[in-house]
Design a binder for this molecule. Structure first.
Ligand code: ZN
Ligand code: ZN
Length: 410
């Protein structure tokens, strides 16, 4: 039987501990992962303990068990969540526990299940997880997310290969995109972080008032929040630890103004959202709010998502990614936002990254008054391609080219 290269698993695990979560001596580490990722989680635990971890706690999930719930659990239970677990996770974060998540589940796991149960269960989980998730979005602790080539996911990405071959091929794509298959992944990430830093420094220096996107089906102005800060690559958590939250990551991103988005935009890649696929999204914004939304696939789910709460139909993130990014050039659609969002410029509905402000200890009211959005959802979707131009409008109204045909102008 063919197996995923153990050396690459080891390199990815070490990279995730040393540069990803950047675990500090004496810290506890919480890892959530699909059960299939056990070989990677074991390696992470090994490297974490070698780096001085105090206690490493894995939390595993299993697709079959999730499906059993949707098939057999009582109807009322879909409005409930395991609050005790999310409360405990929040407590762990308050005690400076570092967080790692391994993605790799079947992206279309719930596609055949009752959409009403799916959306109620998502809503209940989102609500229960909110306090803990806020500690992540506020960047209180160091965290990191990496991926594992789960069997079902691999078959979605490479439907014409055998399961075995699909897993190996997706594994290689993950290791490559994560810069984990090179000789020295840690040095490669140090270089990558430096080049992202040049872009964020330039954008922060320009301090644009808004960005204008033009391309096929897209004519959109995205106002940026007051005092917004562009971030990307390595960044400093509030506990003083410099970590790389996303591996891979090719984006620079900031917080848009929730009241100042005008025009229309269409998605350029399919969006895999909690087990269903939403494709060819077309939306129109007025005063920051989506007033019309369509999708060729998954429109029902999209409409439900937009009604999740008051902030769900406004933007919480704007991110720039050149079309030449290695993930875009791989030509693979991963059906996983972690990868696909790094293939193209994107926006996200819902919660803003409150860390994307120059001042770091803002209250929820201060964030709101600067234009930051608040919601229990955060959903990235891709609007970039090699046909999109982006201009920045500075505080004096001057227009400065940022992207031409999907590439950085400088
Ligand atoms: Zn993003
Ligand atoms: Zn995002």
């Amino acid at each position: 039987m063919k197996k995923i290269d153990e050396q690459k698993i080891d390199k990815l695990a070490k990279l995730a501990v040393i540069r990803g979560v950047a675990l500090e001596k004496g810290q506890n580490l919480l890892i959530s992962a699909p059960i299939e990722a056990l070989p990677l989680v074991r390696k992470i635990a090994e490297h974490a303990y070698k780096a001085g971890a105090n206690i490493v706690t894995p939390l595993f999930s299993d697709d079959e068990i999730i499906l059993s719930r949707f098939k057999y659990a009582p109807n009322d239970s879909f409005d409930q969540a395991t609050n005790w677990l999310y409360d405990g996770i929040g407590q762990a974060f308050d005690n400076n526990t570092a967080r790692m998540a391994i993605a790799g589940d079947d992206p279309l796991l719930l596609a055949e299940m009752d959409p009403d149960k799916v959306s109620r269960a998502n809503k209940a989980t989102n609500k229960a997880y909110k306090p803990a998730r806020e500690r992540i979005t506020e960047f209180k602790i160091n965290w990191n997310i990496i991926s594992w080539p789960g069997k079902a996911w691999a078959k979605r990405v490479f439907p014409n290969l055998t399961e075995e071959d699909a897993v190996i091929k997706l594994g290689d794509a993950i290791f490559d995109a994560s810069r984990a298959s090179v000789q020295d992944p840690i040095a490669a990430w140090d270089d990558h972080n430096k080049s992202l830093r040049i872009k964020t420094d330039w954008l922060n220096n320009k301090n644009f008032d808004s960005l204008i996107y033009k391309g096929p089906g897209t004519d959109l102005k995205i106002g940026l929040a007051e005092d917004h800060e562009w971030m990307g690559g390595a960044s400093l958590a509030q506990n003083g630890i410099m970590c790389n939250p996303n591996i891979p990551s090719e984006e620079v991103f900031t917080t848009p103004h929730r009241l100042n988005v005008e025009g229309h935009v269409c998605s350029t890649k399919p969006l895999s959202y909690q087990g269903t696929l939403i494709d060819e999204i077309k939306v129109t914004f007025k005063e920051g709010q989506i007033i019309e939304a369509h999708a060729s696939k998954g429109e029902e789910i999209l409409q439900k998502v937009l009604k999740s709460d008051d902030g769900a139909n406004r933007l919480g993130e704007v991110a720039l990614v050149p079309d030449s990014s290695p993930i875009s050039q791989s030509g693979i659609i991963f059906f996983n936002t972690l990868f696909d969002e790094n293939a193209a410029s994107h926006i996200a509905l819902g919660q803003c990254y409150t860390k994307c402000f120059k001042q770091k200890d803002l209250s929820p009211e201060q964030i709101k008054s600067r234009g930051g959005n608040s919601s229990m959802i955060h959903i990235d979707w891709m609007i970039g391609s090699n046909k999109i131009d982006v201009d920045g409008v500075d505080q004096n109204g001057n227009s400065i080219p940022v992207f031409r045909k999907g590439e950085w102008c400088n």
